[in-house]
Design a protein around this ligand. Sequence first.
Ligand SMILES: Cc1cc2nc3c(=O)[nH]c(=O)nc-3n(C[C@H](O)[C@H](O)[C@H](O)COP(=O)(O)OP(=O)(O)OC[C@H]3O[C@@H](n4cnc5c(N)ncnc54)[C@H](O)[C@@H]3O)c2cc1C
Ligand SMILES: NC(=O)c1ccc[n+]([C@@H]2O[C@H](COP(=O)([O-])OP(=O)(O)OC[C@H]3O[C@@H](n4cnc5c(N)ncnc54)[C@H](O)[C@@H]3O)[C@@H](O)[C@H]2O)c1
Length: 478
Amino acid sequence: MARQRLPDLCVIGGGAGGVAVAEAARRHGASVILVDREGSGAGNQLAGLAGNALFRAAGLAHDMRRAQSFGLAAAEPKPAARAVFEHIRDVVTEVEPRAGAERLEGLGVEVVRGEARFVDRRSIEVDGAQIAARRFVLATGSRPFIPEIAGLDQCRYFTTTTIFDNPYKLTHLVVIGAGRHGLELAQAYRRLGADVSVIDAAKALGRSDPELSAMVLRQVVADGVKLYEQTTVRRVQARSQGIGIELSGPDGRQVTLDASHLLVATGRRPDIETLGLDQAGVKRDPTRPERLRVGDDLKTTNRRIYAIGDVSGGLRYGHAAEHQAQLVVRNALFGLPARYRAALIPRLCRTAPQLAEVGLGEPQVRQRRRQDFTVTRFSLAENDRARGDEEGHGVAKMITDRHGRIVGAGVVGAEAGEVIALFSMAIANGLSARHLAGFVAAYPSYAGIAQHLGALHEQQQSASGGLTWLSRLVRNLP
Ligand SMILES: Cc1cc2nc3c(=O)[nH]c(=O)nc-3n(C[C@H](O)[C@H](O)[C@H](O)COP(=O)(O)OP(=O)(O)OC[C@H]3O[C@@H](n4cnc5c(N)ncnc54)[C@H](O)[C@@H]3O)c2cc1C
Ligand SMILES: NC(=O)c1ccc[n+]([C@@H]2O[C@H](COP(=O)([O-])OP(=O)(O)OC[C@H]3O[C@@H](n4cnc5c(N)ncnc54)[C@H](O)[C@@H]3O)[C@@H](O)[C@H]2O)c1
């Protein structure tokens, strides 16, 4: 057995979260070993980047078709599957080195390629070599969850990551799972010319505020995606040409779809099975054993081992993993308190229109004591930038507590992912609607939506009594 090493931190997994921990810890002078089974330091984040390139191509195709609304001749984009695939590959290849092992090594991180497995509470084994460390950070991400569907194991199907490796034309893409990933991809491939059907056993975009998700679903269906909700996939069958997919609808009606390709987008699960966690004393969540038991301080049941990013079982976003990385480094290196607040993490669905949410939504508020909260709404048709861009179909909602403090927001519309950042910052800093009303956004801009919501809230509060006595007093002054 090779000699043991004892760094300050050993990070397992070199994706979004692991790389962020390693970088931050090195900046503070800590010794860091990062172990990754691919050795690349890329993880699933490149899938996000590939998605972005695909959605941009799909957005352009859509704009070409609707160019007439802007006084230009509309044109059918004639997408070429291979050219779109090459575009996506080029974007990823350009960014990849920034996440790569060489850059980390340049920063002084020791990168070890291999599969990590705990041998006891303080050490792992990688390819026969043992590494003990003062602290470990689990950042192994997640893997696709593949449901048990009769015949699925006999079929070729894409997952939300492998679909980007496909250079061929998708004639009829059937997507199982209408969560965020399934719908984003369904709409994009539809706009790039494929026939697309999406099936969900429950409600499409069921994690989001239904009022907001309904606006997205309307557009996705208007684009020509066929949506089957509350529908079970009974069996899939590989045929000499394509795949047959047998469905059973909410009314018990049976339908068979003829697909050229199948995408399984039924969610993901933390990647923990091969880590030997029992040896390390890291326990699973008893109510959801596919997850770890992780506290707000991001520590597992072994206090020397943290879990961040997808493997921690919370919101699965690159920015969540990076935020958690900063908290862990503060705690592990300096003993500073770290408390992860999921309420600060923007949740973005990159359909068109985009759907972005942060903190509490209206459905959660309704479940709580509703009188303690105010929901302020603003139609994007009132925002001159959205109107000018022909993007007026949308709505923004802000949730405030009884002191006017912002506790949540949701936006459907163009650039929703940018607008939501203002609300995320407001929540992080305990700001209230008054602060939003008082900031100045450029005209015309989508950022103005946040300012308008703040101003609306203030007007509504003053109309309901708060400031009326003051205005009466001022009017009566000589
Ligand atoms: C298709 C797709 C699109 C997405 N789009 C977005 C987006 O637009 N915006 C966004 O914020 N998020 C997006 N996400 C989510 C985002 O990619 C993840 O939340 C993020 O990458 C999580 O970071 P992580 O560090 O937890 O895991 P990852 O980035 O997945 O990294 C995990 C790493 O751990 C390694 N590993 C696993 N097990 C072991 C082991 N035993 N030993 C050694 N190494 C191991 C893996 O090789 C991998 O490199 C997307 C995800 C997918 C799948
Ligand atoms: N508001 C939010 O909290 C929010 C919003 C969007 C995205 N997100 C994040 O994005 C992550 C990834 O989203 P995702 O789309 O990969 O997963 P997901 O879990 O959100 O969606 C998976 C979908 O697949 C469906 N499904 C599962 N098994 C099925 C089956 N056998 N047949 C048919 N349908 C089936 C589910 O009903 C669900 O709608 C989420 O886990 C979450 O972290 C969160």
